[in-house]
Write a protein of this length. Structure first.
Ligand SMILES: Cc1cc2nc3c(=O)[nH]c(=O)nc-3n(C[C@H](O)[C@H](O)[C@H](O)COP(=O)(O)OP(=O)(O)OC[C@H]3O[C@@H](n4cnc5c(N)ncnc54)[C@H](O)[C@@H]3O)c2cc1C
Length: 312
């Protein structure tokens, strides 16, 4: 167990044994040994440089694509807050802190006549959006990302070009333990009112087709034929995860408090009182059923972190 007194001094906040369930959309999971909320980039960089190398580090965003397991996360979980949520404009470039919410960036960009509307309905932060190459309605982070600033595990601050991250369908290559702190996006110009109307239409479409008010982490599994991240015509993802889940008879399947949502069967949901083990167990059951019935292996899109609950 890490002792707070062993950790480097910080200007931000360090909390021992911090419950993570309240910081995730699924509302499940055990504690982090330590939760660090740095004051700014310097604070983060100084902390990581001095943190003993054998202590693992896990950066989280706002937990909209995460299942934290019931035993919690060993090491230091880093969650960026106020010092990292600035949004600035320079021509068609948008510089956003990693803690800025996607929706907020989309709205501010639209007011400037810049089209980042695809971010409006994604509930995460910019750090999570880069890491996951988030996207919807044909547009993805990969289409607009120019460069990122990261703080590496040894505390070095670096700028990486978008190409170095190898953004692909819901994935990226980030060095282990690296924390994204800022992203620069290039957004196409469009009339502000047109952008407002598009965002309103996309929000309405979401509410019609997805359980946006439930405790989920969005799509549970990647679409089996999804490979592209560009929004181009080859990015069809014809074979949808929800369809193969339906075909395997798993829509509405239940395990403890976990359910495969009846509105959208690729949305694993905490219907009340679920543990992380219920959710992950049900997900694994779905993967097995789909494989047994169709020979298709579903891959998790939701990131699962931490350890299972200790056995009594
Ligand atoms: C209702 C709902 C709808 C959704 N719809 C979509 C959708 O249409 N398209 C889509 O792409 N996703 C969607 N998602 C999934 C999710 O919102 C995205 O994956 C989002 O980008 C995750 O961001 P986050 O800040 O919540 O990251 P988290 O869930 O906290 O973390 C996700 C991953 O990103 C990493 N990460 C986060 N911040 C940083 C950082 N600063 N530095 C380094 N790594 C970091 C974490 O380590 C983790 O591996 C949806 C989720 C929900 C709940």
């Amino acid at each position: 167990m890490i002792q707070l007194t062993d950790l480097p001094p910080v200007r931000g906040t360090v909390t021992a044994n911090r419950d993570l369930s309240s910081l995730t959309w699924m509302r499940v999971g055990g504690p982090a040994d330590v939760l660090f909320q740095p004051a700014d980039i310097d604070d983060l960089s100084t902390f990581l440089a001095a943190l003993p190398k054998d202590i693992p580090v896990f950066p989280m965003g706002v937990g909209s694509n995460l299942i934290v397991r019931d035993g919690g996360v060993r090491g230091v979980v880093i969650r960026l807050g106020r010092g990292f949520n600035g949004i600035a404009f320079d021509g068609d470039l948008v510089r956003a802190g990693a803690a800025a919410l996607d929706a907020h960036v989309a709205r501010k960009a639209a007011a400037e006549g810049l089209n980042l509307t695809f971010l409006r309905t994604i509930p995460g932060s910019i750090g999570g959006a880069v890491r996951m190459n988030a996207g919807c309605y044909g547009d993805y982070m990969a289409d607009v990302l120019q460069e990122v600033r990261v703080v590496l595990r040894d505390g070095t601050v670096q700028t990486l070009a978008a190409a170095e991250l190898n953004l692909a369908y819901r994935s990226s290559d980030l060095p282990e333990g690296a924390v994204l702190v800022e992203a620069t996006l290039r957004a196409p110009r469009e009339d502000a009112q047109v952008l407002e109307d598009r965002m309103a239409a996309q929000l309405a479409k979401r509410d019609e087709t997805q359980p946006t008010k439930d405790r989920t982490a969005g799509s549970t599994f990647r679409n089996p034929s999804g490979f592209s991240s560009t929004g181009r015509a080859d990015d069809t993802m014809d074979l949808k995860a929800w369809k193969v889940i339906d075909d395997a008879g798993m829509r509405g399947a239940v395990r403890g408090g976990a359910v495969m949502n009846t509105m959208h069967s690729n949305f694993l949901t905490n219907a009340g009182g679920a543990t992380a083990a219920d959710l992950e167990g049900l997900g694994e059951e779905v993967r097995k059923k789909v494989y047994d019935t169709s020979g298709i292996t579903l891959h998790w899109e939701i990131m699962r972190v931490g350890e299972p609950a200790p056995k009594d």
